[in-house]
Write a protein that binds this ligand. Structure first.
Ligand SMILES: [Zn+2]
Length: 123
């Protein structure tokens, strides 16, 4: 599929447990984001690509205070995750109360979610 990624398409893909992003057709830079210009080369010519939804936790913070949509989920981890494709994303991992519940390096995979944001579960 050619063209840039829309917010709706991105959210719809998350609802299906898929992770879509863009690849710059000029330099090959890949990013999971809604981009107008490539941060690497400044061009504006993208293809929508699907990323491998598995990766590992690099670091995280535990959230005890959450926006309304997540009130039933606290505490959870807000994590920086490096996907197997080498792209870093931020997402949340449920049911993390203390640092004993989640190790850095833990393998995770994108899970289906109707909420905003990327939900990851341990694998
Ligand atoms: Zn580029």
């Amino acid at each position: 599929m050619d063209g840039s990624l829309s917010v709706k398409e991105f959210q719809d893909s998350l609802g299906e447990g898929k992770l879509k992003g863009v690849r710059c057709n000029h330099c090959g830079h890949k990013q999971i984001d809604i981009l107008v210009f490539c941060p690497n080369c400044g061009k504006s010519n993208f293809s929508v690509v699907e990323f491998n939804p598995a990766g590992k936790v690099l670091t995280y913070t535990i959230q005890h205070v959450a926006p309304e949509a997540y009130l039933k989920e606290v505490p959870y981890a807000w994590a920086v995750i490096e996907l197997d494709d080498g792209v870093r994303v931020t997402g949340w991992v449920p049911q993390v109360r203390t640092s004993a519940d989640l190790s850095t390096g833990q393998r995770v995979r994108l899970a289906r979610s109707s909420k905003l944001g990327m939900l990851f579960e341990k694998i």
